[in-house]
Design a protein around this ligand. Structure first.
Ligand code: ATP
Length: 566
């Protein structure tokens, strides 16, 4: 037909060649290719290019219009991600929106502890996303956790639509759903943003409360344990990392009954409405502090965890002896605490703070343990030489004034219950333990006769009775016999627990081995005795890494063990 361009298979029409020569050589290549595979498709490419150009022009306008719409017709709240409330919302969205959506097509899969840790980071429990390997007994280490990717999500609660988004420095730009929060140092923070149509904040607040209640119902029987490694988590931007553990019951802690009852009732009263009113009426800062002191392995950390479980609040652990926490970082950790929680600063004496000279270089506990007992230590070039082994020494970065400022400075959060633990309370600075900072001092001592009977009944008796081989009466008899054989006020609960655990619920084995164990263990320091029993059940090998990296698991190992011991 006249005027129609002539197309020869394999060749580009001449008018297209001119157009593309002026535009982009890449387009010409594409045109040539299209003309080759499908003669006559040359005209389509111009349409595609036009559409792409139109998209480039329209998309910023669309984004602006969408932002304008969201800002003017919706209400919005932003919550920093380190705040536990933000975690409650992420958990709800993960469990109720992402996991229940049959169209979800992607997930992050992790197994074992990493999976559980990841699950906690991403939002904890995933009723629909937790798989069990077929044919295996129900053990946590066999679990495969399917973690949903968390980004922008639209969902309905009843008849109301909500938009959930995460913003911030550590979240990829495609997940941005609003402006990021800036903290007091000007750093961009990860945050959770919620939108809903309308001008009232009420539906959003109701929704947040709903997420919090949901967590309380789903997490019954567990305790959230937060710990700080001294570094902000690179992915989440959190100051605190978290794990969820089975709640340890108070009756699994063997200690003086009167001290236990007094502590529990004091903590219960502290969180009662009556006490909150009292603090407010008297103008006293709403804070409470305990000092737990005693030899290692007497239950200071375990009791703190059990108390957190009893009060249904989260436990926050700080280990200053790692040498990774500075004054400023400690202050930020305290600022990031929720209103109701228990904070434990472990082994406060072992980081040199008690001696008033500021950033001290006393040897942290975890490094002390690696020295041979009695071997003279010399310090040279930041290395402690103990016998033949040079051990890198970490410099303590928290000063006494920095610690005091964090725990009860003007900007410090109220509502927390602070527990400091110490093996050597006599060296602590008086400023740290004065009334108002420390309201109760409780000694955790070695085992007396009643505690010995109780621990025997718990660790041997329960399993023996359950096996139906022994009666309750027989176990009572064995327990009395056991406590008569073990000298009182000589062994720590951790030492006795270690011995009884190895008897695997067999009272006869326990009675046969107890005399030899007493003889062997009574002159050993608690830490040495623990080392001995550990050699019977060596822990899994840990790769040799720098002290910063080994400290985290070691520092929280006792807590994990103590929670499992229930
Ligand atoms: N009073 C106790 N009752 C029951 N178990 C205990 C008690 N004390 C210690 N244990 C057991 O000993 C182990 C170590 O306990 P825990 O870490 O609480 O001691 P600690 O006093 O905090 O020690 P450290 O001073 O070294 O931090 C845990 O497994 C725990 O179950």
């Amino acid at each position: 037909m006249a005027g129609e361009p002539v197309t020869t298979p394999g060749l580009v029409p001449s008018h297209l060649k001119r157009a593309t020569a002026d535009a982009n050589p890449l387009i010409e290549v594409i045109q040539r290719f299209l003309a080759h595979v499908q003669p006559g498709s040359g005209a389509n490419i111009e349409r595609i290019v036009a559409l792409v150009a139109l998209y480039k022009v329209v998309s910023p306008v669309w984004r602006y219009a969408k932002d304008l719409f969201l800002r003017s017709l919706t209400s919005r709240i932003s919550i920093p991600e380190y705040d536990p409330v933000a975690q409650d919302i992420i958990q709800w969205v993960s469990a109720e929106v992402i996991n229940k959506n049959p169209l979800s097509t992607s997930a992050t899969v992790m197994t074992g502890d990493m999976g559980r840790f990841g699950a906690d980071m991403y939002g904890g429990y995933f009723p629909g996303g937790r798989l069990q390997i077929r044919g295996q007994p129900k053990r946590q280490s066999d679990e495969v956790n399917c973690l949903p990717p968390v980004g922008k999500k639209f969902f309905w609660v009843g008849f109301r639509p909500f938009l959930f988004a995460r913003t911030g420095a550590a979240i990829s730009s495609k997940h941005h759903g609003g402006r990021a929060l800036i903290d007091y140092q000007g750093t961009q923070q990860n945050s959770v943003v919620l939108f809903t149509p309308g001008w009232s904040l009420h539906p959003l607040m109701e929704f947040v409360k709903h997420c919090h209640d949901y967590k309380l119902v789903n997490r019954a029987g567990t305790t959230n344990i937060y710990f700080s490694s001294g570094k902000m988590d690179a992915y989440s931007g959190h100051l605190w990392s978290t794990v969820v553990k089975a709640r340890r019951k108070l009756d699994t802690i063997d200690m003086d009954d009167a001290s236990k009852a007094e502590l529990v009732s004091d903590a219960e009263y502290y969180y009662s409405e009556e006490s909150k009113k009292f603090f407010a009426d008297c103008g006293i800062p709403y804070r409470r502090g305990y000092l737990f002191y005693g030899p290692p392995g007497t239950g200071k950390t375990s009791f703190s965890a059990a108390l957190a479980g009893h009060l249904s609040c989260d436990l926050y652990l700080i280990n200053l002896a790692t040498g990774d926490v500075s004054d400023g970082y400690l202050h930020r950790l305290f600022l990031a605490l929720p209103r109701k929680c228990i904070v434990v600063i472990e082994d406060i004496d072992s980081c040199g703070i008690g001696r008033e000279q500021g950033p001290a270089s006393s040897e942290p506990k975890h490094l002390r343990k690696s020295s041979a007992p009695g071997a003279p230590s010399t310090v040279s070039n930041g290395l402690v030489f103990s016998g033949q082994t040079p051990v890198p020494q970490k410099r303590n970065m928290v000063t006494l004034s920095g610690l005091l400022n964090a725990i009860d400075g003007n900007a410090s959060a109220e509502g927390r219950l602070l527990i400091m633990t110490s093996n050597n309370p006599d060296i602590l600075d008086e400023a740290l333990t004065r009334p108002g900072r420390i309201d109760m001092k409780v000694c955790f001592g070695k085992m007396m006769a009643k505690a010995l009977r109780d621990i025997f009944k718990r660790l041997i008796g329960r399993a023996a009775i359950a096996s139906k081989k022994y009666t309750e009466y027989q176990i009572e008899e064995y327990a009395s016999e056991f406590s008569a054989k073990v000298p009182p006020d000589t062994f720590t609960p951790a030492q006795v627990q270690n011995f009884l655990q190895n008897c695997r619920g067999d009272p006869i084995k326990a009675m046969q081995g107890v005399d030899a164990w007493v003889k062997k263990t009574r002159n050993q320091a608690p830490e040495e005795a623990m080392k001995d029993s550990a050699s019977l059940n060596p822990p899994p090998a840990v790769a040799e890494v720098s002290p910063q990296h080994t400290v985290l698991p070691a520092a929280f190992e006792s807590l994990v063990t103590s929670l499992h011991a229930s």
